[in-house]
Write a protein that binds this ligand. Structure first.
Ligand SMILES: Cc1ncc(COP(=O)(O)O)c(C=O)c1O
Length: 435
């Protein structure tokens, strides 16, 4: 189309895209310097990729950063969450409660352990588990509530911990999106009974392919080690490992992991993690400034709301992993979130509707037979069927209508951020062109 003749304002209708220039620097992540490279090379040259000495240093530094008594490095976040579940006693015929709108690894290990997942809905403002949808799901076999600090937003932990303590259920925090996020001054990953988190290359805290368990509970820590870290469990004629377990029942199997799995972190990752951790607080402080600045520019823009905690509170969004905006179509003449995002994308900004798909509708949580029993794992060992169909969790099911992705700025370069904020404003201002 000849853009000179086009009177429309939006690129979606033929106007020239608004974003010009190369903005790679503001988005580049992770930040890898010579210090990171040297740390990794040192492990490679020493040939100690499969050792644990560097990992132990990383664990103690990470535990100190969060303010957690114990930390245990794992090969990925999925493994860390599986250990945490087993440590909490999740097994055959049990149930866990988990938000439906999350990545599958928050809960799928429960199926492998022979337990079922009772999915809860999310809160449309926090995108985290809705505390009001938890308690009625607790039954005699509920062992744990898994909470996900979604896209860096801390869950309402006061309400969740009150329910869990009163009903005698463990709380497992999935901190994969929220390393460095604080809830009322305390770091996510130190508030529930135990936490598991991903540190894979796409996250805000990056070690490569890795994960971490954190807990203040010695017993849970030991159970995690017993599950997947055979080389760490000492006190047996079968093992020369150095870490003494206090629980003799766990120590009895030293040298053989009780989960039948090996979850050790590769030390090239631990070495990278140690260097990343040194700079992480400073780097995410800049992300906080950048993302809060972006949202401040959109203050009062109809249809759009920030997905964030109050900037002046003692809670934070950590590294703002996978930043979302909240979309309210009724304020922009009913324009769908998908159409809004297409228009923003046409301006040259990476923008798409929704977040993770709702797990309660996925066939895996209705049909998948992991244990080959001839029955879906969700009901193979359970005393009740907690599978849920369409309409059961309305907020999770409309996730594609109520939220969208926004640029993940790593530096507080106001001129560049203004350009992006202006595009979101422009699409809202001229949204009638799209109706
Ligand atoms: C919420 C959540 N939980 C768990 C995981 C699993 O972690 P990993 O990929 O390191 O196994 C991820 C992401 O990868 C995640 O986003």
């Amino acid at each position: 189309m000849n853009t000179q003749l086009c009177e429309c304002k939006l690129a979606a209708n033929g106007a020239p895209p608004a974003i010009a220039g190369d903005h790679d620097a503001i988005f580049k992540w992770p930040v890898i310097t010579g210090e990171d490279e040297n740390a990794v090379l040192e492990v490679l040259r020493a040939g100690t990729m499969s050792g644990t000495a560097v990992t132990r240093l990383f664990e103690s530094e990470f535990a100190e950063y969060l303010g957690s008594r114990y930390a245990l490095g794992c090969c990925n976040g999925t493994a860390a969450i599986q250990e945490a579940m087993w440590a909490c006693g999740v097994g055959l015929g049990d149930e866990v409660i988990c938000p439906s709108m999350t990545y599958w690894a928050s809960c799928t290990a429960a199926l492998a352990l022979g337990a079922a997942v009772n999915f809860a809905d999310i809160d449309p403002e926090t995108l985290c588990i809705d505390p009001a949808d938890i308690e009625h799901r607790i039954g005699p076999d509920t062992k744990a509530i898994i909470v996900v600090h979604y896209a860096g937003h801390p869950c309402d932990m006061d309400a969740i911990m009150e329910i869990a303590r009163r009903r005698g259920v463990r709380v497992i925090e999935d901190v994969s999106h929220a390393v460095g996020s604080r809830y009322k001054g305390r770091y996510c990953g130190t508030i529930g009974d135990i936490a598991g988190m991903s540190m894979m290359a796409g996250k805000s805290f990056v070690v490569g392919e890795g994960g971490m368990v954190t807990t203040n509970d010695r017993e849970l820590y030991e159970r995690c080690m017993a599950f997947g870290h055979y080389e760490r469990v000492a006190a047996s004629r079968f093992s020369s490992a150095s870490e003494k377990l206090l629980d003799p029942a766990l120590a009895r199997y030293a040298g053989v992991p009780q989960g039948g799995v090996k979850h050790r972190m590769n030390q090239t990752c631990s070495a990278l993690g140690r260097v990343q951790l040194k700079y992480y607080p400073r780097r995410i402080e800049e992300i906080q400034q950048a993302m809060n600045y972006f949202w401040d520019q959109l203050e009062g823009c109809p249809g759009l709301r920030p997905h964030r905690v109050a900037p002046d509170s003692d809670s934070t969004m950590g590294g703002w992993y996978y930043p979302r905006g909240l979309y309210r179509a009724e304020e922009v003449g009913g324009l769908s979130c998908a159409a809004f995002c297409r228009a923003v994308a046409a301006e040259g900004v990476n923008c798409s509707p929704g977040a993770n798909f709702p797990l309660h509708l996925h066939p895996a949580f209705h049909e998948m037979d992991i244990q080959h029993t001839g029955k879906p794992s969700m009901i193979a060992f359970a005393k009740r069927d907690v599978r849920q169909g369409p309409g059961a969790l309305p907020v999770s099911e409309k996730i594609g209508d109520i939220c969208f992705g926004v640029p993940w700025f790593k530096h507080c370069d106001r001129r560049t951020i203004d350009q992006y904020a202006d595009i979101f404003k422009k699409v809202v201002e001229y949204h009638r062109e799209l109706l």
